[in-house]
Design a protein around this ligand. Structure first.
Ligand SMILES: Cc1cc2nc3c(=O)[nH]c(=O)nc-3n(C[C@H](O)[C@H](O)[C@H](O)COP(=O)(O)O)c2cc1C
Ligand code: SF4
Ligand code: SF4
Length: 257
């Protein structure tokens, strides 16, 4: 039976994990969660996976919206799993997926795991740590996750109220945080930010990006801009940039089309 993995990514960590899992499963396709309109699960899959980053100790808005709207009527007997990548503390990043599947689709998540990767939230902190070292460590953590999925292992996930409380306070505010994005004179109008944005939240007008206030705060535009021309307020100008070393700008632009 075929397998499908839905992923969302800003800076490539979750895509890298989704790609690694897909290589180990038979007939596995990977599909971006920014293409809900193209998702038609008319047949039954052997496994359905969701791979995404943790935002504010929970799920990104786009992931929540995608899982809510997905039609799973032909996949009642499928093995469901979730893998959340995170930078420091995953909170309810996985248990929220379980809660959503149960409440919306009456389906239980069979297996959920979180994988610590490079912490990419440049808006909130000066990203630190050695990329190579952290990447090597997280690579090792993917191996048992793949084995568990292949063997269709069961793993219960529990949520803690405190994480949802903080999540609920902040997650909707992310949409309009782009009003504080500043574009510097270094911008060349190359359109990379527009093409890499998974939320299609950027328009180039007179050679300059404009943000549509439907932002996921995935930080892809800030991190992938070759000129470091996009910044959050006056906080990120001197911070180094991070993108997953295995996911190129070209690949991400192609996938986010
Ligand atoms: C808006 C935002 C919020 C984040 N919140 C958390 C968090 O609550 N806990 C955590 O451990 N990491 C958090 N992170 C870090 C990411 O979850 C982590 O770096 C992830 O691997 C990035 O995945 P990606 O490269 O696929 O986008 C956050 C990152 C962003 C952009
Ligand atoms: S990616 Fe950077 S340089 Fe290119 S248009 Fe966007 S802001 Fe300007
Ligand atoms: S505008 Fe930037 S931060 Fe917001 S969703 Fe698009 S790429 Fe991500």
């Amino acid at each position: 039976m075929d397998n499908i993995i839905f992923y969302f990514t800003g800076t490539g960590n979750s895509l890298k994990v989704a790609k690694t899992i897909s290589k180990e499963l038979d007939n596995a396709e990977i599909v971006s969660m920014n293409k809900l309109e193209k998702c038609n699960l008319s047949k039954q899959y052997g496994t359905i996976g969701f791979v995404y980053p943790v935002y504010y100790w929970g799920m990104p808005n786009i992931v929540r919206n995608f899982v809510e709207k997905l039609d799973l009527t032909n996949n009642r007997e499928t093995y469901f799993y979730g893998v959340a990548t995170f930078g420091g503390l995953a909170g309810n990043g996985i248990s929220q997926l379980n809660d959503l599947l149960i409440n919306r689709h009456n389906i239980k998540l069979n297996y959920g795991q979180k994988i610590k990767m490079f912490a990419n939230y440049i808006v909130a902190y000066n990203m630190s740590g050695k990329v190579k070292e952290i990447t090597n460590k997280s690579d090792k953590k993917i191996v048992p996750v793949i084995n568990a999925i292949k063997n269709k292992k069961d793993k219960r996930v529990k949520s803690k109220k405190i994480f949802d409380k903080i999540y609920n306070k902040y997650i909707d505010k992310l949409k309009s945080m782009d009003k504080d994005y500043i574009v510097s004179d270094n911008c060349t109008g190359c359109k990379i930010c527009k093409n890499i944005c998974p939320a299609k939240n950027i328009e180039i007008i007179n050679g300059i990006p404009h943000f549509g206030h439907n932002c996921e705060q995935c930080v892809a535009c800030i991190q992938y801009c070759p000129q470091k021309a996009i910044n959050y307020k006056n906080l990120t100008q001197n911070r180094t940039r991070y993108t997953n070393p295995e996911i190129s700008c070209k690949e991400l632009m192609e996938r986010n089309k």
